[in-house]
Write a protein that binds this ligand. Structure first.
Ligand code: TGC
Ligand code: FAD
Length: 392
């Protein structure tokens, strides 16, 4: 892979909206990605392998639980810092950002928000340091966009719960020591259970043959009469709203992360367009290529503004689910379109692993589907503005 020459675009001087702490956090993540992710990521993606050696680095830059209080091992940062970290990591690779999103928003967040003090002290510091990895099991083979129909269930057996069912498409599951699993009790009420690797009847086989997020480990979660200690239930919230609130936090991070992937594609294409000569001049001098590049920087700038304002609202506790949906949907689509255009600017070289663009493009095909598909987010906006529910 070519050396990482990334220069971040900031067309509207948005750095002026960031605090000194935001800039420090962002720059540390940026440097780490340049040093420890860019040189190795293409090779791991080609081999379809998660680079486990980057886990410590992710912990060191605060990517595991950026907004979790320091007393639980988190970084105690605000939501704009969290977003900036996700942006920088996804600039390197969406699969690496996935690992961080899941650990922070889908594993640490529910334990922090819905767990008791013993659970927080037992799990959060280990997850923050990367000593343990976690995963989040909501999606099932027959219930993706409609998780309320889930069939994974647990029965009260007196001194323990008995868990049965299966989850699929679970990021990090093959490498995780801990799984937050959403399952129905005998009354059909959804609860979160903390499942640990090694429990009898629990397995997490890896999913192979992905063309997307190849450097991220994805798998299933299979529960065959798993005896779950009663202290492993998350006591402080039940119902579908519990997992959906975790998704709010992860979708927020993706809205920022996708900007990173787009910035990397734009920056690569811009540099290439100034160096690649055809018909006696750099291709960046042709109007058709300038149109592509100008539209890219315009869309990136709009996405940056959307993310910043969303972060501002989130810091004030005012960001709504529908606002988060809009930003996730817009920014991922923006990134995928930019990846496609950037690939064309590189001509044949665009499909080569020498450059990051094709990897970003393939990764973004998952990002536009997971954490709520593009269509589902449109319908969340539709419900919010009309008051009419297209899901019922
Ligand atoms: P609905 O009737 O709307 O809601 C059910 C209950 O939940 C409450 N609620 C929320 N609570 C907190 N936060 C939110 N964001 C909430 N949204 C809804 C709601 O008030 C209600 O409460 P109550 O008390 O009345 O019961 O639910 P629905 O069944 O109609 O579904 C709505 C829909 C379709 C929007 C939702 O199911 C949905 O978002 N579906 C998409 C599923 C999804 O995004 N799955 C993601 C799986 S995880 C993943 O992809 C990880 S990828 C990780 C990575 O690698 O980065
Ligand atoms: P479906 O729900 O079957 O949707 C198929 C199509 O139908 C989509 O285009 C959808 O938009 C459309 N559709 C569905 N319902 C409607 C409707 N009401 N109106 C209009 N159109 C509709 N899940 C987890 O729980 N944890 C994870 O860690 C996780 N990681 C993932 C990692 C990867 C790489 C991938 C690909 C997925 C991951 N997922 C995870 C699952 C992901 O959240 C689901 O794939 C996603 O929610 C969509 O579900 P589905 O694939 O079953 O598609």
């Amino acid at each position: 892979m070519k050396p990482d020459l990334f220069e971040a675009p900031d067309y509207y001087n948005l750095d002026e909206l960031l605090t000194e702490e935001h800039l420090l956090v962002r720059d540390a993540a940026r440097e780490w990605v340049k040093r420890d992710v860019s040189p190795i990521i293409e090779e791991y993606a080609q081999r379809a392998e998660f680079p486990t050696q980057i886990v410590n680095g992710l912990a060191n830059i605060g990517a595991f639980g950026p907004y979790i209080p320091e007393e639980y091992g988190g970084a105690g940062l605000d939501y704009i810092s969290y977003g900036l970290i996700m942006q920088e990591i996804e600039r390197g690779d969406s699969g690496v950002r996935s690992t961080a999103s899941v650990q922070s928003s889908l594993v640490m967040f529910p334990i922090w928000k819905y767990g008791n003090e013993e659970q927080k002290m037992k799990y959060l510091p280990k997850l923050a340091s990367g000593e343990w990895m976690g995963c989040f099991g909501l999606t099932e083979p027959d219930h993706g966009s409609n998780p309320s129909g889930m069939v994974t269930n647990f029965k009260d057996k007196g001194d323990h719960y008995l868990l049965n069912g299966a989850k699929m498409w679970i990021s990090n599951s093959p490498i995780a020591q801990v799984a937050i699993v959403w399952a129905k009790n005998e009354e059909g009420r959804i609860h979160g259970l903390i499942i640990e690797k090694g429990m009898d009847g629990f397995s997490a086989p890896e999913t192979h043959n992905k063309w997307s997020l190849r450097a991220s480990s994805t798998g299933e979660l299979i529960f065959d009469n798993v005896k779950v200690p009663k202290e492993n239930i998350l006591p402080n919230r039940s119902g579908l709203g519990a997992p959906l609130s975790c998704l709010d936090s992860a979708r927020y991070g993706i809205a920022w992360g996708a900007i990173g992937a787009a910035m990397d594609c734009y920056d690569t294409a811009l540099r290439y367009s100034k160096e690649r000569v055809q018909f006696g001049k750099p291709i960046g001098g042709f109007q058709l290529q300038q149109k592509k590049l100008s539209e890219m920087i315009t869309e990136i700038t709009k996405a940056q503004l959307l993310a910043w304002r969303l972060g501002d609202l989130k810091n004030k506790g005012k960001a709504t689910t529908a606002q988060i949906s809009m930003a996730k949907r817009n920014n991922v689509e923006m990134a995928i379109k930019i990846a496609r255009e950037a690939r064309q600017i590189l001509g044949g070289m665009g499909i080569s692993g020498e450059y990051s663009i094709m990897r970003h493009m393939m990764n973004l095909e998952s990002v536009i589907t997971y954490e709520g598909t593009h269509d589902i987010h449109l319908l969340i906006t539709g419900l919010d503005i009309t008051g009419l529910n297209a899901f019922k």
